[in-house]
Design a protein around this ligand. Structure first.
Ligand code: PLP
Length: 371
């Protein structure tokens, strides 16, 4: 057992408290607590600039943002999605009365495999909801080609993909909408929070109405909207977090390189690669524990826990294995061989800016010396 405190897969980033106090004092003075106040507006503009996107609508969390994204495009019927994600991806469909149809993932990226989508399309299919898993970009071109051929909408669950760029452009501008999460465990957090990145003013106006009960004015309600608003507290915190983000991302990148350097030569361990991003966010550090490693994935997980290191089996079980989904025909593991194998082999190692290089060394030594 480690003499120092246990290490978890992530540790939320927080700015110095001293820097937050003036923001709080200002909110207290103004008495504007929510409903699109000045911090909400400033954070939207700051995120547009930071992420390189034209329109963004802030939310109270990523799940309500996903639910609202589907509402804003009036998606119904069936939606093709990945089983290899956090359960909120599929839940957002069910909250809209939509049937999830699971399609297997690509073995290299663990993202939705475009070559398998076509076979899952039925007359009821209206959209595709892929996930940029671990912040590794999907094959957005392959997915868009199929969407165009069958007139389907594409909504990306981009909860892991904050700040990710490919060829110098934000990954968040692909498809019809992209949804972010600012949950405490994510690369950029507002304690709880989320956002929808959308292409134009009209879509943003519709999303802004839907997140505010469908209000289009003091006495006009045009849709059965929800309460998805981000408060001034969370928005102010986000503004402050943004100031420290570049140094946090730089440290994540160093840790990623340390792991790759040490684990690259360990037999039976495969560090999952990137997917061609020109700017990665190193949100996660997933490894595959292959059959030629001395321990199974679950045994390595326990072994690390015995040493006070707490990795996570993201994503095990698959979404399609949970009781409310496993009865669907598309949830059958024969339909999802790649995702099923990955969920039995993957382990996400601790990665966060506060993690010391010594701790990374220790984790790698435990993994390299296991018998
Ligand atoms: C975190 C996460 C969500 C949910 O976001 P919340 O802000 O926690 O509601 C959705 N999808 C994926 C892939 C996530 O990792």
């Amino acid at each position: 057992m480690r003499k120092s405190s246990p290490i978890y897969v992530t540790k939320p980033e927080l700015p110095p408290l001293d820097e937050f106090i003036p923001y709080l004092r200002d909110i207290w003075d103004r008495r504007v607590l929510t409903n699109g106040g000045p911090y909400h507006e400033r954070l939207e503009h700051a995120l547009q600039a930071y992420l390189g996107v034209d329109h963004i609508a802030l939310f109270c969390n990523g799940t309500i943002a996903l639910v609202t994204a589907l509402q804003s495009l009036r998606i119904t019927g069936e939606v093709i999605t990945t089983p290899y994600s956090f359960v909120a991806t599929a839940h957002s469909l069910v909250w809209n009365g939509i049937k999830p149809v699971f399609v297997d993932v690509d073995e290299h990226t663990l993202n939705l495999d475009p070559s398998r989508i076509e076979a899952a399309i039925t007359p009821q299919t209206t959209a595709i909801m892929p996930v940029h898993c671990y912040g590794h970009p999907c094959d957005t071109e392959g997915i868009q080609q199929i969407a165009d051929a069958y007139n389907l909408k594409v909504i990306y669950d981009a909860a892991h993909a904050f700040g990710v760029e490919r060829n110098g452009d934000s990954i968040l501008t692909h498809g019809d909408l992209s949804v972010l999460s600012f949950h405490a465990t994510k690369v950029f957090n507002t304690f709880e929070g989320g956002a929808i990145v959308c292409p134009d003013d009209r879509t943003k106006a519709r999303i802004d109405r839907l997140k505010n009960f469908g209000h289009a004015g003091e006495t006009t309600v045009v849709a059965p909207g929800i309460n998805g608003k981000m408060s001034e507290f969370n928005a102010a915190l986000g503004l402050l977090q943004l100031k420290h983000l570049d140094s946090a991302l730089a440290r994540r990148s160093e840790i990623d390189a340390l792991y790759r350097g040490r684990l690259g030569a360990v037999k039976g361990i495969q560090c999952l690669g990137t997917a061609g991003e020109s700017r990665a966010n190193h949100a996660y550090f997933p490894i595959l524990v292959k059959p030629d490693y001395p321990l199974s994935r679950d045994a390595l997980n326990e072994h690390l826990k015995d040493h006070g290191i707490n990795p996570r089996r993201y994503f095990y079980p698959l979404i399609s294995e949970f009781p409310m989904y496993r009865g669907l025909p598309s949830a059958n593991s024969n339909n999802l061989p790649v995702a099923t194998a990955a969920s039995q082999q993957v382990l996400c190692l601790p990665i966060y800016p506060d993690l010391s290089s010594g701790d990374v060394e220790e984790i790698c030594t435990i993994i390299a010396s296991a018998k």
